[in-house]
Write a protein that binds this ligand. Structure first.
Ligand SMILES: NC(=O)c1ccc[n+]([C@@H]2O[C@H](COP(=O)([O-])OP(=O)(O)OC[C@H]3O[C@@H](n4cnc5c(N)ncnc54)[C@H](O)[C@@H]3O)[C@@H](O)[C@H]2O)c1
Length: 294
């Protein structure tokens, strides 16, 4: 479809589903070659048939740093170098609040969502330096910005991904390596179903239901799609963002702009009811107030 990323080599974790898959597809559309790192071997093989030689799959559990190192080395060996890294793989992590938290759950969540990003950056560095520079994009989350969107361990790990992206950007600028994050809002992917232990088919069905029913959760009026995030990742990874580093792009359909009450009168109804303010009383007060304005 285009050649924005012609001859570029991109390493993507979590590339067999959702945001990672949509991003891999867009990079390939734009001429790139993608090393897809994931733990879904059957999907990895199926996409190889679909995408052809621009897609190479490598099994890589991102909780195992050595597997990340080997997968990144394989990307460079397979395609002759490395230009772009998208540290994206993830899942819900430990689901509980602080009362239910276990240290094992905490450590496992950090290994999956945070250490994986650090390892992906560390192990990519020699390859990116060999190319004279490159771009790294990390997937954070709106749960990095405020409480209430995800469990405590997940939210904390994602906040650290945002900060890591800034610190790494400052550190690696001397090598002409840019580091940024993308901050998805509520995106219809399998992550919600898999977090509840559903199998892949059931998780995909749940994502479709979220697309259909989840629109009212954000001012934009529709549920976010993996392609919405992919576009932001391509921007951050590409030449158009050559002076952009150490920051993030929020892609959330307005979910974090403010409270739902800013656009949905029903959201403040419980408080109004507690104050004895019926919709009729509120309308009368608004009318009286309007008359008193000169
Ligand atoms: N969907 C959302 O609403 C949302 C919002 C904010 C952030 N995110 C983040 O986006 C990223 C992608 O998630 P998604 O929504 O596309 O979900 P998804 O479930 O569709 O895709 C996640 C991919 O990561 C892979 N994966 C999981 N554990 C792995 C491991 N240990 N090693 C290697 N691969 C592994 C899965 O196999 C899958 O292919 C995650 O980091 C997630 O936390 C998602």
């Amino acid at each position: 479809m285009g050649d924005r990323f012609k001859d570029k080599v991109v390493f993507i974790t979590g590339a067999c589903s959702g945001i990672g898959l949509a991003t891999a597809r867009r990079f390939i559309d734009e001429g790139a070659r993608v090393l897809a790192a994931d733990i879904q071997d059957d999907a990895g093989a199926a996409f190889a048939a679909q995408f052809g030689p621009a897609w190479a799959y490598r099994r890589c559990d991102v909780t195992q740093p050595e597997q990340i190192r080997q997968a990144i080395d394989a990307a460079a060996a397979t395609f002759g170098g490395l230009d772009i890294v998208f540290n994206n793989a993830g899942a819900g992590g430990h689901r509980g609040g602080i009362e239910e938290l276990t240290l094992e759950g905490w450590d496992a969540t950090m290994a999956l969502l945070l250490r994986s990003v650090a390892a992906g950056t560390m192990y990519a560095l020699p390859h990116l330096k060999a190319r004279g520079g490159g771009a790294i994009v990390n997937t954070a989350s709106i749960s990095a910005l405020a409480a209430g969107y995800a469990p405590v361990a997940y939210s904390t790990a994602k906040a650290a991904v945002l900060h890591f992206s800034k610190v790494a950007a400052a550190d690696l600028a001397r090598h002409r390596i840019r580091v940024n994050a993308v901050v998805p809002g509520f995106i219809a992917t399998s992550i919600f179903g898999s977090g509840f232990g559903l199998d892949r088919e059931a998780s995909a069905r749940m994502a479709a239901t979220l697309t259909e029913k989840g629109g009212s959760l954000q001012p934009a009026g529709r549920t976010g799609q993996p392609e919405d995030i992919a576009e932001a990742v391509l921007y951050l990874a590409g030449d158009a963002a050559g002076f952009v580093t150490g920051t993030h792009i929020l892609v959330d359909g307005g979910m974090t702009i403010g409270t739902r009450a800013s656009w949905d009168p029903a959201a403040s109804r419980p408080v109004q009811e507690a104050l004895g303010l019926t919709p009729e009383a509120l309308a009368a007060m608004a009318q009286a107030a309007a008359k008193s304005v000169p």
